[in-house]
Design a protein around this ligand. Structure first.
Ligand SMILES: *[C@@H]1O[C@H](CO)[C@@H](O)[C@H](O)[C@H]1NC(C)=O
Ligand SMILES: *[C@@H]1O[C@H](CO)[C@@H](O)[C@H](O)[C@H]1NC(C)=O
Ligand SMILES: *[C@@H]1O[C@H](CO)[C@@H](O)[C@H](O)[C@H]1NC(C)=O
Ligand SMILES: *[C@@H]1O[C@H](CO)[C@@H](O)[C@H](O)[C@H]1NC(C)=O
Ligand SMILES: *[C@@H]1O[C@H](CO)[C@@H](O)[C@H](O)[C@H]1NC(C)=O
Length: 774
């Protein structure tokens, strides 16, 4: 019997052509009419090699694949659905899916993937859904998603993301829903979501965001629904939510103590606001949203006295449905907010009202533990607020002249900004070993003694911005070895504080904007002192020179030298920082950019900003070496009459050439042709000759009579002397064979809807003290 069926099976195999055969691997079950193959829970360590080529749906759940190698699916190119859940996958090698150009749905949930590599998802050009939830993703490498131009939904919930870097999701031109719930996000870079022009829904619930990421969110023009529940935010300040199309906002289960009445003033279309399960005692009418229909205050200790009257009245007039109930005073307790009559919301007198409230609090801590939390029992220094549950303590702006002591031992966020400490002595923060984030902005500090932060073993973020520091003691950061983000912007530092940084082996981001540093150097500065430094911000100092060796670091990726006094390109210095990806040189006075200026960083550079430098000339080889890797280039507001050939820069997504007096004559022809060729909106204006001044390069006719030959191939562009003026016949352009100059009105055609990205003026990650988190 066995023998016969085996023979029969072999016969079938032999007789049918492979395409129709419906061969089915031994451990799998196959449905040849639906073209599906299922091999679930077989402890497979590799993908069965005999799966029929024409298979559309492949289900490999619960196996033991571990590593997906390059072109792992080369034998099944027609797949539309691939399920790899729970396959114990640790690594997806670059190009693993490269052969799956028809795949629509890919499920990689419940694996052990920790890094998303640059090319992990290359080739998935039809993919609509990607499930990466329940993995261990902690890093998204730049460009991980660039080839997923059709993706609608990306699930990255239940991973280990702490930080989302700039442009992390670049390339997702059709994304609708991005799910980042259940991670440990405490920081989103300002441009984290840049480029997601179609995203309408974003889930960020169950993370560790302590502040509303205003800047980051503002970059998401189409968002209608935003879920931020279960993040430890305590306060929403003015204009925190600046999102023009937002209709649904979930801010429930956070630690909100208060909310500015202007917090939502820039969310005009908001219709549903969920503030349930916070610690709001009252709320003012919210200005901004005109369409609000429901406001959920369930689970807040709302105290129904006269302070609530404006809200009640506003809700009545605006027909906003209020959900939730009063927790006091006694005669109104448990009364639904919607049912309370404004006239019943009374205070005997303003002063008394407050007293009333506090007395009630006191009582409740002793007798009825029902409503207000027993905050009074918490150990907390005088003139500070400590929130045990949220592990925050704040003494912001309370006029302290000495650092208060005696915070709850579990405090993680200590906010002391806007006081008058002047001087910090050794051991200024005893008993704060759990503090992760320390705010000391605007405290008039002019000196910090060595060891001031001793014992702060977990300190990760330190904000010393906007003080009066002129120098730093070499021992200042002793005892705080975990420090990773250091803000020193807005002080008066005269020198790069190299020796102090030597105690910070983990330093990753350093802000030194708005100081008085005039030189960078000498040799060996970075690599020996802060080997892990990744981002260095030196904007708005008085730097005139960067010594060779000053930037020597193989790790440095972001370098901001803008608004300084450099007169030359720091090419030498860059040669020791070969991995710089983002370089801002705007607002220096560098008139000339010579050949090979960026050659040392040509393999890594992705964004280059050179606006308003008074630049008069760029060598034709100024950008030599830069190629498809460059994503952004700006030279706005200079004095350039010509530009180098941009055609090797095939990866550009942002380009800004505006406000240069370009010489619109035959030498500019390569630029003109390049502009027509790229799917970017490039605005460039003629400054010469006089008859076309102010016109768009794209619109002028002068090129029509340029000779066709000579460029760009052999680069016959005349450089120094101006070519003779060209008298331009207004006649039809098409007469000149081969020149694809278009008449002005075809301008809109350049805006191809899919590939084209609106030109964006890049915005510097503003160094706000409070919006950055933790
Ligand atoms: C699965 O395969 C691995 C190695 O291939 C083996 O060690 C293990 O015992 C197998 N487990 C089961 C349940 O068959
Ligand atoms: C927001 O997130 C919470 C927690 O994951 C979830 O229960 C809720 O359904 C989400 N709300 C919306 C509208 O997506
Ligand atoms: C540089 O900083 C000074 C002082 O903080 C400020 O007034 C000025 O506007 C800044 N300049 C630029 C270009 O940002
Ligand atoms: C236009 O684009 C094509 C393909 O993208 C390229 O081969 C060609 O060199 C480009 N021409 C110019 C003038 O940039
Ligand atoms: C680069 O520096 C200029 C001048 O300080 C600033 O205006 C611009 O926003 C910066 N660019 C980016 C992308 O941050």
């Amino acid at each position: 019997m066995l023998f016969f069926s085996a023979v029969a099976f072999l016969l079938v195999l032999a007789l049918s052509s492979p395409v129709e055969a419906g061969k089915c691997p031994r451990v799998c079950s196959c449905d040849s009419s639906k073209l599906t193959v299922t091999c679930v829970g077989k402890n497979l360590t590799e993908i069965p090699p005999t799966i029929d080529e024409i298979t559309l749906k492949l289900d490999l759940r619960n196996n033991n694949l571990q590593v997906l190698s390059r072109r792992a699916f080369i034998l099944t190119p027609y797949l539309t659905h691939l399920n790899l859940q729970r396959c114990n996958i640790i690594k997806v090698k670059e190009g693993a899916f490269r052969t799956l150009g028809r795949l629509v749905s890919l499920n990689l949930a419940y694996n052990k993937i920790d890094i998303l590599y640059q090319e992990s998802f290359d080739g998935l050009s039809s993919l609509k859904e990607l499930h990466l939830d329940h993995n261990r993703v902690e890093e998204i490498q730049p460009g991980a998603f660039t080839q997923l131009g059709f993706l609608n939904m990306l699930a990255l919930t239940h991973n280990q993301l702490v930080y989302i870097p700039n442009m992390a999701f670049q390339g997702l031109h059709n994304i609708k829903w991005l799910r980042l719930s259940y991670n440990s996000l405490n920081n989103l870079a300002p441009e984290a979501f840049t480029g997601l022009f179609t995203l309408s829904r974003l889930s960020l619930d169950h993370n560790e965001l302590q502040f509303f990421p205003t800047q980051t969110m503002t970059r998401l023009p189409e968002i209608t629904r935003l879920n931020m529940s279960h993040n430890p935010m305590t306060y929403l300040g003015e204009e925190s939510v600046s999102m023009a199309k937002l209709t649904h906002l979930y801010l429930d289960h956070m630690s909100l103590q208060d909310l500015s009445e202007q917090a939502l003033s820039r969310a005009p279309l908001l219709s549903h606001l969920d503030l349930s399960h916070n610690q709001l005692r009252y709320l003012e009418p919210l200005s901004g949203p005109k369409e609000l229909t429901s406001l959920n205050l369930i689970g807040n200790p709302v105290y129904c006295n006269c302070y609530m009257r404006p809200l009640r009245e506003w809700a009545r007039v605006g027909r906003v449905k209020l959900l939730g109930a009063c927790t006091g005073p006694p005669h109104l307790s448990d009364e639904p907010l919607q049912a309370v009559v404004p006239l019943d919301l009374r205070c005997r007198s303003r002063g008394e009202a407050l007293k009333d409230e506090f007395e009630k609090d006191d009582e409740s801590t002793e007798t009825t533990p029902s409503t207000a939390k027993p905050k009074q029992k918490v150990k907390c220094p005088v003139n500070c607020d400590c929130d045990i549950e949220a592990q925050h303590a704040t003494c912001e702006g309370r006029g302290h002249t000495k650092v208060p002591r005696g915070f709850p031992t579990k405090t993680q966020l200590l906010d002391l900004r806007s006081n008058h400490f002047h001087y910090l002595s050794v051991n200024s923060f005893p008993g704060t070993s759990q503090v992760v984030s320390l705010h000391l902005e605007l405290c008039k500090i002019h000196e910090i003694e060595g060891g001031a932060f001793r014992g702060m073993k977990k300190l990760f973020y330190l904000y010393l911005s906007d003080n009066d520091l002129k120098s730093l003691d070499p021992g200042v950061f002793a005892g705080a070895p975990e420090l990773t983000y250091l803000h020193l912007e807005g002080n008066r530092l005269l020198q790069f504080p190299g020796s102090a940084l030597a105690l910070l082996p983990s330093l990753f981001v350093l802000h030194l904007e708005r100081n008085a540093i005039s030189k960078l150097g000498p040799a060996g500065l970075l690599s020996s002192v802060t080997p892990k430094l990744r981002e260095l911000y030196l904007t708005n100092n008085t730097i005139t020179s960067v010594a060779k060796g000053a930037l020597d670091s193989a790790f440095l990726g972001t370098l901001y030298l803008d608004s300084n006094q450099l007169t030359e390109m720091p090419t030498h210095a860059l040669s020791e920082a070969p991995n710089v990806e983002e370089l801002n040189l705007s607002r220096n006075s560098i008139r000339w950019v010579g050949p090979n200026a960026f050659r040392p960083v040509s393999q890594s550079l992705k964004r280059l900003y050179m606006d308003q430098m008074g630049m008069e000339k760029m060598s034709r080889d100024a950008l030599a070496g830069l190629g498809p890797g460059l994503r952004a280039l700006t030279v706005r507001g200079n004095q350039l009459e010509e530009l180098p050939d941009l055609s090797p820069l095939t990866g550009l997504e942002v380009v800004d050439l505006q406000d240069n007096p370009l010489l619109c004559d035959c030498p500019l022809m390569p630029l003109r042709r390049w502009m027509e060729n790229v799917s970017l909106e490039v605005i460039a204006t003629c400054g010469h000759p006089p008859e076309v001044r102010g016109q768009k390069v794209r619109d002028v006719n002068v090129f029509a009579s340029c000779p066709q030959s000579g460029f760009p191939s052999d680069g016959k562009v005349v450089t120094a002397p101006r070519p003779p003026k060209v008298k331009t016949p207004k006649a039809s352009l098409s007469k000149t064979p081969g020149v694809k100059a278009r008449p002005a009105k075809s301008k809109t055609k350049l805006l191809k809807p899919t590939k084209n990205k609106p030109q964006r003026k890049p915005v510097k990650p503003k160094v706000t003290k409070n919006k950055k988190t933790l």
